[in-house]
Ligand binder design. Structure first.
Ligand code: AMP
Ligand code: MG
Length: 376
């Protein structure tokens, strides 16, 4: 979730001079290598500390306990020897050592988390530390998912010999959730202008609409045409990538009229194309709709494990596996039957990115991989 408020400190952090070690609280100038001091008591974490450290003495102190006034250093217990109440020090102490001074992590009233921050586990812990129990968060963007195609049937149905199950609605819903949105699965539209128009209109009631299928060059690929008739303004209607070339993106007025328009993505229907184009274009849009900044794509560099020979002209996103067995990432493309091959993608943990101007890449070269952040 994305924070829709600021979180501020309720007091200074740390609220007292805090010892970071188990050891002895001392005056640094009284500790010489081989010197000794009398230990006159102990301070545990949580103890109320009122009295100052008397000159010529030390106090045993635990990690997380408050350092008494007068003391300006903590000597680790590992660097001392003790006999009865006498503590012998192996080395000289430096003022400030092993103490985090009061207010050094944050001042009272200081902003710790800004509006638009994504709440991960560290951010939640930080809010918890300052007692921010209820956090106002941005509403998750509702993303309508509409598949298209006369051949598509419900996953619960037995498809006829020339039909296919609607797996795209399932993968898109998962991708929307992982990206921080709330999927609204609208089902499937037939490849007919009226049915598409009605269902697209329903989809435009949500914060964004993602369609699968119907954006290629076929006679029954009607998505762009219907969106255009509804007044959509297109920002791109093809992308120089494979798979995913026919993907389109536009802004469309919802009903009732909304000045800003609704983002609409027409993704190709072949499942691997749908998945790749979602990661490249829709996931960052969901970040923006969530009131956060778009996270960068999870691209990492890896050593190519096996030579590649691809057709140049388009940037390719090949189903691949990256392994860290030798410490450094090494990636190999998987065998696949093209953009309908869901089984290949289910074996992949990343997409290997082949730039548009490359055809042959030798084993050992550095390549970019787009991680599947749901499995790695
Ligand atoms: P299209 O982009 O409409 O030309 O669809 C390309 C191919 O993707 C179709 O022939 C189907 O095999 C497949 N496809 C389309 N829609 C879906 C869907 N909802 N679920 C799974 N596969 C689909
Ligand atoms: Mg189709």
């Amino acid at each position: 979730m994305v924070l829709a408020q600021e979180v501020k400190t309720d007091r200074e952090y740390p609220p007292f001079d805090r010892s970071t070690r188990d050891g002895y609280a001392v005056r640094a100038k009284e500790v010489a290598a081989g010197g000794q001091l009398k230990c006159v008591g102990e301070i545990k974490a949580g103890d109320t500390v009122r009295d100052a450290l008397a000159t010529g003495t030390c106090l045993q102190i635990m990690t997380g306990a408050a350092v008494p006034t007068g003391a300006d250093a903590v000597v680790m217990i590992e660097h001392t020897q003790r006999e009865g109440s006498v503590v012998r020090f192996e080395r000289a102490a430096q003022a400030g050592q092993n103490i985090v001074p009061r207010g050094s992590e944050a001042a009272a009233g200081q902003t710790l988390l800004k509006t638009g921050t994504r709440l991960g586990y560290a951010e939640l812990a930080l809010a918890a530390q300052v007692g921010a129990v209820d956090l106002q968060c941005a509403k998750k963007p509702r993303v309508a998912i509409l598949s298209t195609g006369d051949e598509v049937v419900l996953v619960e149905e037995m498809p006829g010999p020339f039909q296919i199950r609607n797996s795209n609605s399932v993968s898109l819903a998962a991708q929307v959730r992982i990206a921080g949105g709330e999927p609204v699965v609208l089902g499937n539209a037939a490849d007919r202008v009226e049915d598409l128009g009605e269902k697209i209109e329903r989809g435009l009631k949500e914060d964004a609409l993602v369609l699968s299928g119907g954006v290629s060059m076929g006679k029954y690929d009607l998505v762009e045409k219907v969106l255009k008739a509804m007044g959509a303004e297109f920002y791109f209607d093809a992308v120089a990538i494979r798979p995913g070339k026919p993907a389109v993106f536009g802004m469309c007025q919802g009903k009732p009229f909304e000045a800003q328009g609704k983002p609409v993505f027409g993704l190709p229907g072949n499942p691997v194309s749908t998945m790749v184009t979602f990661e490249l274009f829709v996931a960052p849009a969901i970040d923006l709709l969530s009131g956060a900044e778009a996270r960068p794509l999870p691209l990492v560099e890896a050593r190519l494990g096996e030579a590649l020979n691809e057709k140049p002209g388009l940037a390719h996103f090949l189903p691949a596996r990256v392994e860290w067995s030798g410490g450094a990432p090494e990636v190999k493309a998987l065998k696949w039957q093209g953009s309908g091959d869901i089984a290949a993608l289910a074996k992949a943990n990343c997409f290997l990115v082949v730039p548009a101007d490359r055809d042959k890449i030798a084993a050992g070269e550095r390549v970019s991989v787009l991680l599947r952040k749901d499995v790695v």
